[in-house]
Design a protein around this ligand. Structure first.
Ligand code: KG4
Ligand code: ZN
Length: 339
């Protein structure tokens, strides 16, 4: 019998609900929160308030688009962390309430596992096309940068990670000092297409093993701009595309350097990328090029599954449900959790 999961994601600033039947996605509704844009970052209090306003219409719409009645739902999957506490609380409490009223089990999902398993989402009528286990995943989001060995849907090992800022944070912070809106990653991506990636050189961090560090890069970018602007107040405006192309090129080079090392150490050639930064066109094309050169099989998620969405929580909930995992009603959100 097919299993129908209603999934809820509210870890940061997107309220999302999805319906998934086995591995097939029936709906995936996302309400973005524009309220944060003028502040240059997510304001936690505003995020939880917007989640409260959005969650009922978003869940309602997800069921409507999927053409699924509440009586057909077998389980509620929800993001239990990591994320912002106030944001997570809205999704968790709502999921609990629904679980009680529909008398169906709850399945908690780790948001990061969700990003990785987004590769297993199937569209109606489409053939499955996902990496084979074990695969190596570069997980790059606004809060995390990790290299993960994925041995099974629920068997993952982090072999490298950032010691400070995440790759998405590096994009966003560099964008902010150039006066670009939040989140800056997509703006840098767009402007970089017109610029010269070799126009400016920024020192890459020297970090041991498979770990990353991006806070030094952000600081050196800031000081570089400060010095140039002191000489020419229009420096940023006159060089925006080259600045974007160069900083993007550096971030990608840093990511790829350790990732290539990880493929050599593990011998794994089945490759995937996940998380918000996997929407970056430079990173996508670099992975494809490197893949050709190094004989990797590369899996890049559809744009719609790169940034936060409930479809990825649904597919992870599905695997956990099949594995017999259930969550009790006294569960509390966890802002920082390991995989
Ligand atoms: O996965 P995600 O939606 O949220 C977290 O779980 O953190 O990732 C959001 C991050 C932001 O830092 C955003 O700037 C970045 O993903 N991002 C991008 C692009 N699209 C989103 N970074 C670079 N290029 C993009 N096209
Ligand atoms: Zn995310």
């Amino acid at each position: 019998m097919a299993i129908t999961i209603l999934a809820i994601e509210s870890s940061c600033d997107d309220t999302s609900a999805a319906v998934i039947r086995d591995q097939v996605l029936l709906s995936n509704i996302i309400a973005n929160q524009d309220v944060h844009q003028k502040y240059g970052g997510v304001i936690p209090e505003l995020a939880s308030r917007a989640h409260q306003q959005n969650i009922i219409p978003v869940v309602h719409r997800a069921l409507e688009v999927a053409n699924v009645g509440v009586g057909e739902v077998d389980a509620i999957a929800f993001t239990n962390g990591p994320g912002l506490l106030g944001s997570l609380l809205v999704g968790t409490s709502f999921a609990k309430g629904l679980s009680i009223s529909l008398n169906v089990p709850l399945v908690e999902v780790n948001h990061l596992q969700g990003h990785i398993l987004a590769h297993f989402i199937q569209k109606p009528g489409e053939e499955p096309n996902h990496p084979q286990f074990p695969f190596l995943c570069l997980l790059v989001s606004g809060g995390h940068s990790q290299i993960v060995v994925v041995r099974g849907p629920l068997e993952m090992e982090i072999i490298g990670q950032t010691l400070d800022d995440a790759a998405g944070e590096a994009f966003d912070k560099c964008a902010k000092v150039m006066g670009l809106p939040y989140p800056g990653g997509p703006f840098i991506d767009k402007l970089a297409a017109e610029g010269n990636p070799k126009a400016f050189k920024f020192a890459k961090p020297q970090i041991p093993e498979l770990n990353y560090s991006f806070s030094g890069l952000k600081t050196s970018f800031l000081y570089f701009l400060r010095d140039r602007v002191a000489e020419n107040p229009n420096f940023i405006e006159e060089n925006k595309a080259d600045l974007c192309a160069s900083i993007q090129h550096t971030i990608i080079a840093v990511l790829m350097d350790k990732f290539v090392k990880a493929t050599k150490l593990t011998g794994i050639r089945e490759i995937a990328v996940a998380g918000g930064v996997s929407a970056n066109s430079g990173l996508r094309s670099t992975l494809v090029e490197e893949g050709k050169k190094r004989k990797w099989k590369v899996f890049i998620p559809e744009f719609g599954y790169t940034t936060d969405n409930a479809a990825m929580i649904g597919i992870t909930g599905y695997f956990k449900y099949l594995n017999g995992e259930r969550t009790s009603l006294d569960v509390a959100p966890v802002t920082r959790i390991k995989m």
